[in-house]
Design a protein around this ligand. Structure first.
Ligand code: SF4
Length: 332
């Protein structure tokens, strides 16, 4: 039996594309590439959605963590960024390269994606799709069942492994045909309808740009980006201030050796903050961090007390909180 690898994001389109090919008697193995920038509606993340989908389809799932390679691509993508910090073309090349490795390892003959012609401006144009395939070394081997009839026949179609007549001709950003297909297939719960990537978010992209600009794009630093307000307090130092109890707890949990951590005293509740980088040996840097975080204390008092934890020592400092205007100067 012919085998194919389907790139499953956990969204509806890749689920439908997989189902269309399974219905033609092809053995399909799902592959999910774990990116640090997945943004699903569900807090659990795309990898759980991909597991849900593969369980529903009753097919095996291979999860591949591409975080490290992704960060390398993100630092300087050969084909540039989209409207935000989304390097879509290089990202797709990376995923198809990884999928090709899986294809070879598992003895599969082609790849399936849920891409729809014209749905995304950067990577889902006809010319971009071709360039991506070429650069990934899989030219003609990527079948996009939802748009196949609008595209050049692929190797699996030419070889007769799949029947082109049973493929579809969906294009554009509308979702109606996919919704109708979902109904026909009785697919009711597709938790991540159009997929999602934090790199298309302008505010998140600003933070990524700041990390790249300061040569700090590491997984440890990326993990902080989803929490709190971010302040650049020196070329080599950042402060992240929690917006709520959840952020405060997350920041506490993400502390690394060498980080500074600031918390309110028991009498004056408020935000906690994590500082990372160089320069906190200097008292002035610690006071600057204290002035910033105390801006977000509940008491709005003229002088705030803050507990500063740094290099195993604990000190309580008293500072005049920054005004909103002073705070804004450091905001990323
Ligand atoms: S939106 Fe994000 S995950 Fe999707 S192709 Fe672009 S960079 Fe990759």
């Amino acid at each position: 039996m012919i085998k194919a690898i389907s790139l499953i994001s956990g969204g509806l389109d890749s689920t439908l594309a997989t189902k269309v090919i399974m219905d033609q008697g092809v053995e399909v193995i799902a592959a999910n590439f774990i990116s640090p920038f997945c943004r699903c509606d569900h807090k659990v993340g795309c990898r759980h959605e991909a597991k849900f989908v593969s369980d529903e389809l009753k097919i095996p799932l291979k999860m591949v963590n591409i975080a490290k390679d992704f960060l390398d691509v993100l630092k300087s993508p050969k084909h540039g960024y989209g409207s935000n910090m989304n390097p879509c073309i290089d990202c797709r090349i990376l995923m198809l390269k990884k999928a090709k490795e899986l294809m070879d390892e598992l003895g599969a003959s082609f790849l399936i994606t849920g891409e729809v012609l014209g749905q995304r401006p950067m990577s889902q144009r006809r010319d971009a799709m071709r360039r991506i395939e070429k650069d990934a070394g899989v030219l003609g081997l990527v079948l996009r069942p939802l748009s196949a009839k609008l595209l050049e026949p692929t190797i699996p179609e030419e070889k007769g492994w799949v029947d082109r007549q049973k493929l579809l001709s969906i294009s554009g950003r509308g979702r109606r045909p996919q919704m109708k297909m979902a109904e026909d297939y009785h697919i009711k719960d597709y938790p991540c309808p159009a997929g999602g990537c934090l790199l298309t978010d302008p505010a998140f992209s600003k933070r990524i740009k700041d990390l790249i600009g300061h040569n700090e794009l590491t997984m440890d630093d990326v993990k902080l980006l989803n929490h709190g307000r971010h302040f650049r307090i020196a070329d080599s130092a950042k402060l992240i201030v929690g917006r709520n109890e959840h952020d405060n707890e997350m920041l506490r949990g993400l502390r690394k050796e060498g980080d500074i951590f600031l918390t309110p005293t028991e009498e004056e509740p408020g935000a906690s903050a994590l500082g990372r980088g160089e320069g906190f040996d200097d008292t002035q840097a610690r006071l600057l961090a204290a002035k910033l975080v105390s801006r977000y204390f509940d008491c709005k008092c003229a002088i705030a007390k803050i507990v500063v934890l740094y290099k195993g020592k604990e000190e309580v400092v008293e500072v005049a909180p920054f005004s909103e205007e002073e705070t804004r100067k450091y905001l990323v």
